[in-house]
Design a protein around this ligand. Structure first.
Ligand code: SAM
Length: 259
């Protein structure tokens, strides 16, 4: 029986074979690697990955899809975690000695930001992440200072990951087609992470970008003096979207120095 796509679960199923092949080429799964897919849906990507790997894990919220997956794949090939990826403990997935987990998914767009922040808690256990997301979200993730779309998401994710937009995918690649373009992003936890307290950085960046049109001195008034901005290498008259990750980290370290 045909599965009716559920809007509330962000279900847009990938059907374009060319796009699917391009994604699998980009991920390049190799035997022996530990892989988890978030939201396998009707298993379009899963089936292709399992041509290259003897086994993988998936996390799926829709119980009807879980039943389909159980029927379609033997347990030796697919371990199905039925539940919400936003609450899933990615640390529970066994990984071979000396390796880290690879994470992939055509993500439900309605939960993409909270899911990225949830996964960030497990960044130390993760080798890399390849996701299909709304193109506009990926553009915000990889944006550089000075760009109109550079903001909280850019700073917080660039602090943790090296990221690149690999390619854009049109709505016609899906059934049903979404209203927006999508893009594939590669995220690799950075090995040169700047030392700083994450919660403090988040508080600073949230305040800085709360009024994008104002100059940084006014945005962070009450949190930092003008002299502290200068100490962090920031022109108090500049706008929050021109301040670099390194400068936001310097500000966070003024509030909560790292030993
Ligand atoms: C955009 S569809 C992608 C389906 C499939 N991977 C594909 O490419 O055709 C998103 C998938 O994520 C599942 N999903 C939605 N919310 C979820 C959540 N919180 N945790 C885990 N899976 C979720 C949906 O049921 C659906 O299967």
């Amino acid at each position: 029986m045909k599965h009716i796509a559920r809007k509330r679960f962000g279900q847009n199923f990938l059907t374009d074979k060319f796009v699917l092949d391009a994604i699998i080429e980009a991920i390049n799964p190799e035997p022996g690697q530990a892989m988890v897919e978030i939201g396998p849906g009707l298993a379009a990507m899963t089936a292709l990955i399992l041509k290259r790997l003897p086994h993988m894990h998936v996390v799926e919220l829709d119980r009807d899809l879980v039943v389909r997956l159980e029927k379609a794949f033997p347990r030796e090939k697919l371990t199905i975690h039925s539940g919400d990826a936003l609450k899933f403990d990615f640390g529970q997935i066994p990984v071979p000695e000396g390796q880290k987990l690879r994470v992939v998914g055509n993500l439900p767009y309605n939960i993409s930001s909270p899911l990225l922040f949830h996964l960030a808690e497990f960044a130390h256990l993760i080798e890399d992440q390849h996701f299909m997301l709304q193109k506009e979200v990926v553009e915000r993730m990889v944006a550089e200072p000075g760009s109109k779309v550079y903001g909280r998401l850019s700073v917080m994710l660039q602090w943790r990951y090296d990221m690149s937009l690999l390619f854009i995918v049109p709505p016609t690649a899906f059934d049903p087609p979404p209203k927006v373009d999508s893009a594939i992003v590669r995220m690799i936890p950075t090995r040169r992470k700047l030392a700083c307290d994450g919660a403090t950085l988040e508080a600073v960046v949230t305040k800085a970008f709360s009024q994008r049109r104002k100059v940084i001195r006014n945005c962070v008034a009450g949190m930092f003096t003008e002299a502290q901005l200068v100490e962090a290498g920031i022109d108090p008259q500049t706008r929050p979207e021109t301040v670099s990750l390194e400068q936001y980290v310097a500000l966070a370290n003024l509030l909560r120095p790292q030993s």
